[in-house]
Design a protein around this ligand. Structure first.
Ligand code: MSP
Length: 643
């Protein structure tokens, strides 16, 4: 029998935006699942990518003065870099502007047109440009705003091609009835089934109002609607229609992961398209919840968009991955806060897991010369820990199989905490002191086996941590390359050397962290550093500059120099003339009578034939486009020194 197959996808993300934690979350979740399946012996195909057509992209490009292709080529790089940084193990990255995809979209369109599942008609409705969605009258509230983004809608009429979705209402309901696990969690399944029961309308799948899309075969004033185009990516990656073997192997196993915002496309439109093509609807669609940030919706205008690059730079890739999947049950909404992330690092990672490894390594080094000891007869407490470890594999896998990532981690941490308690109960340091070598051997061996298992099961979530645990235990392999089903308690050879001990997760000092966070926030609000700074000077250096208050008593343009004025100044004790380059910024009237600050002891210089005896003070931006004179507040005698 061939290897078991598994195909998992993320949505293909729009490239009019930089990636944020919402995108990172979906992709990390899919990655954890992909890694887990590989560790259970599956041949995994894992696809992610970018959705590059449509009105939103066209508009974003226009706003930036770029062609849509230039824009998408620029932005796609951010996504690719982020996936690399987060350790994502996708096997394909698809862009809808690629030739391989456009070919499949056109093929599918023509096939469905030929078989009568696509027809030409006219579309009239309320259209939301940013969401690229039409709404029917019944979907709108009194305000007539977009039900999703609350922006104004446009009334539009256009010739359009339609996909005959209504025809698939009954087949879809039959499919969902026979496959109650096709959509998880159950609440989403119920929501979709009741929506279908409310009746399905044919879907408009072409646009004449925009040009950035796949041209419709045979009627090129239309482009294919971005969603019809985008959903097909899942088949393009699978080699449809040419690579029949790949389709046969992977398609029936496909799992689509996304947030709840786009489930109707994935649970209704897409399965109906697949039924029309004579293919199976997706084996599973798993919509997860929505992340807010400290209680608020993430948005550029609020300035609260969390940058995943920044988070992993600050806290590391593994803690970030762990946090996202541990914090919130997959399927429910969640709230992101850096404080909660730091809390989990300190409690779950440093305190629970880090301590267990640290204490175990310390005692193996101290009492067993850095070698895995031999276990002797197992007492009740040892049997209990061994039993829990074996049970953990079962609990963990049963949760992982249904995307209950948080439950799988909870089960694993129950074992980690049991390990720490086991140390307190058995007191190996006392056994060591009292030379109870046999009993000590059993205890340390038990702890090592717990950690060997923890390193294995933690690997899909925290690949580097899994490796680091094993390497400290002296195991050369990468746990991610092992099969979870092959784990047998007691297989670690006694006598082998452990590796180098190191701190797994340093504790974060909360006081320091508060200070650093405040500094970071302040820095974010500062304007960019202009980058031109002088060396430090002493107060004596400064005193050498003779600054005084002067009044402008006459202003004349300097001939043949459009930036210069000749200014006569009254310093109280004398009159003098200076030349200044402020003509672009002030009129003669504005300057006359102003009290300004002048450097009086500057050596005279000739500017365009006029001698300047000093210089006035003005603030200037680095680009020289803004200038403001320094003037004197209140009444002060002319000639007063400025210190
Ligand atoms: N291009 C379409 C998808 C086409 S798939 C055939 C699209 N793109 S998107 O860039 O808007 O991505 C939406 C997806 O990003 C969500 O379904 C979810 O996976 C992820 N998220 C974006 N913001 C999110 C949150 N605030 N919280 C959780 N996930 C979020 O829709």
């Amino acid at each position: 029998m061939g290897q078991k197959a598994f195909y998992i996808t993320t949505p293909i993300y729009y490239v009019n935006d930089v990636p944020h934690i919402g995108h990172a979350y979906t992709t990390i979740a899919a990655d954890v699942m992909a890694r887990y399946k590989r560790m259970r012996g599956y041949d995994v195909m894992f696809a992610t990518g970018t959705d590059e057509h449509g009105q939103k992209i066209q508009q974003a490009a226009q706003a930036k003065g770029l062609t849509p292709q230039e824009l998408v080529d620029q932005v796609v790089v951010n996504f690719k870099k982020l996936w690399e940084r987060l350790g994502i193990t996708h096997t394909d990255f698809i862009r809808t502007t690629e030739e391989r995809h456009i070919r499949v979209v056109r093929y599918i369109f023509e096939k469905l047109l030929k078989q009568g599942d696509i027809y030409k008609g006219t579309y009239e409705g309320w259209y939301c440009v940013p969401c690229e969605t039409y709404f029917t009258e019944s979907q709108l509230g009194e305000d007539k705003l977009c039900p999703d983004c609350k922006r104004p809608l446009q009334r539009m009429t256009e010739e359009s091609y339609f996909f005959r979705m209504s025809k698939y209402e009954k087949p879809l309901l039959d499919y969902y009835e026979k496959n109650p696990d096709a959509i998880l969690p159950k609440t989403r399944y119920n929501e979709i089934v009741s929506f279908i029961k409310g009746g399905l309308k044919d879907q408009s799948i072409s646009r004449t109002t925009i040009s950035w899309g796949v041209p419709l075969p045979g009627d090129e004033k239309h482009v294919i609607y971005v969603w019809f185009d985008a959903l097909i990516n899942y088949l393009t990656v699978c080699g449809y229609p040419d690579n029949e073997e790949m389709v046969r192997k992977f398609w029936p196993t496909v799992n689509h992961i996304m947030a709840k915002d786009i489930i109707r496309f994935h649970c209704i439109v897409w399965p109906a398209m697949l039924l029309a093509l004579g293919l199976e609807p997706p084996a599973r669609v798993f919509p997860h919840g929505w992340w807010t940030v400290e209680g608020e919706k993430m948005s550029k205008s609020k300035g609260n968009v969390v940058d995943p690059f920044e988070m992993v730079d600050l806290y590391g890739v593994d803690p970030f991955r762990y946090f996202l999947l541990r914090e919130v049950p997959f399927g429910l909404d969640g709230d992101f806060s850096e404080r909660a992330l730091v809390g989990r690092i300190n409690s779950d990672l440093a305190n629970d897991l880090g301590n267990l490894l640290n204490r175990t390594m310390q005692m193996i080094n101290k009492f067993a010369e850095g070698q895995i000891p031999k276990p002797a007869t197992l007492e009740d407490v040892d049997l209990e820990v061994k039993g829990l470890a074996e049970e953990t594999v079962e609990t963990y896998t049963s949760h992982m199989d249904v995307y209950a990532f948080d439950e799988a981690l909870k089960a694993l941490w129950t074992l980690v905490r049991r390990g720490n308690k086991y140390i307190d109960e058995t007191m190996p340091w006392k056994l060591g002191r009292e030379k109870e070598t046999e009993r000590l051997g059993t205890v340390l061996y038990t702890l090592e086996e717990v950690l060997r298992l923890v390193g294995l099961l933690v690997a899909p979530f925290m690949p580097d941590t899994g490796r680091r645990i094993w390497s400290q235990l002296g195991i050369d392999e990468d746990p991610y390359k092992c099969n979870i089903d092959d784990f047998r308690w007691g297989e670690r050879e006694s006598g082998s050397k452990v590796g180098q001990k190191e701190v797994l997760f340093p504790r974060i000092d909360m006081e320091e962290w508060e200070k650093e966070k405040a500094k970071r926030e302040m820095a974010k609000n500062l304007a960019p550093d202009p980058g031109e700074h002088e060396e430090q000077i002493t107060i004596d250096d400064f005193r050498k500059v003779e600054l005084r208050v002067a009044k402008i008593i006459s202003v004349e343009p300097v001939p043949k120099a459009d930036k210069l004025y000749k200014l006569d100044l009254d310093l109280g004790y004398e009159r003098r003339t200076i030349v200044s380059g402020i003509r672009e910024f002030y009129t003669e009237e504005e300057l006359l009578g102003k009290k300004i600050i002048v450097i009086c002891n500057l050596k005279p210089a000739k500017l365009r034939g006029v001698e300047s005896n000093g210089m006035l003070l003005a603030a200037e931006t680095p680009d020289g486009k803004e200038i403001a004179l320094l003037t004197v507040d209140g009444d002060i005698r002319l000639g007063a020194r400025v210190h």
